[in-house]
Design a protein around this ligand. Sequence first.
Ligand code: LHQ
Length: 267
Amino acid sequence: MTYENIIFASANGIARLTLNRPERLNSFNDAMHAEVRDALARVKTDASVRVLLLTGAGRGFCAGQDLGDRAIAPGADRGESAVDLGASIERNYKPLILTLRALPLPVVCAVNGVAAGAGANIALACDIVVAAKSASFIQAFSKIGLIPDSGGTYFLPRLVGTARAIGLSMLGERLIAEQAAEWGVIWQCVEDGHLHETVEKLLRTLAGAPTAALAAIKHALYASAGNDLETQLDLERDLQRALGYGADYREGVAAFTEKRAPRFSGR
Ligand code: LHQ
């Protein structure tokens, strides 16, 4: 598949996916969804990829759904049949969020500018979110008579509690990156000029990390929201058991004993 709405490249264990419709603040139309789906399928099947970067081209990260896309155009009050927004979510946004969460490797999101609507929640679906100071997060949905989708109603209360989740969702106000970091919505907020170097350093670290362990960490932490303590302890036991047979555990312990830096294979 050739890409017209994203840029995708993979090298040295790092896959980079850039949403690339800057004139529309990288908002999603069906074509962009199809390309992202294709790129993520490649990440999933390419064992050499150890970390994925998601970012946006231009001054924005992603403004969510392209509201000019005819596929989601509201119908007239009477007459014209209204579109089924649920179908768009089922086809595009739901699989995207589930895929990002299920990828067995860390997904880093570099939020280079505004992240609005589904764009905000796609960022929150990533594992480590680093935002530039000028970036912001907007649950823009209520401004157009909708609810936060793409996991917004799942991620927000878990990240910031119900009171802030309700405020952000009902008011649709801009949450600046610094505040997002203070509230624990994201991992880190950095000066605009430092976003690139911060993220590159993170990507190099993660590309050399014990990927299978990071995948298990991701799995366990995301599962914990729906588990009781005993189920979670069982899950930890099972994951630890599997990792204990892995090459990276052997390497990690050997490197510690030999007082040298580990060389993890990711397995
Ligand atoms: C846009 C968009 C955009 C098209 C900026 N579409 N052009 C799921 C399932 C089905 C249906 C519905 O939705 C969903 C999920 C959703 O994501 S719903 C929420 C959709 N997103 C929004 O409501 C956000 C709309 N955008 C905005 O509120 C503003 O653009 C923000 C606050 C993001 C940025 O404001 P500014 O920095 O002032 O930029 P701007 O508004 O001037 O935008 C720049 C250009 O990008 C502009 O085009 P123009 O030709 O005038 O330069 C905008 O029209 C275009 N653009 N967002 N979502």
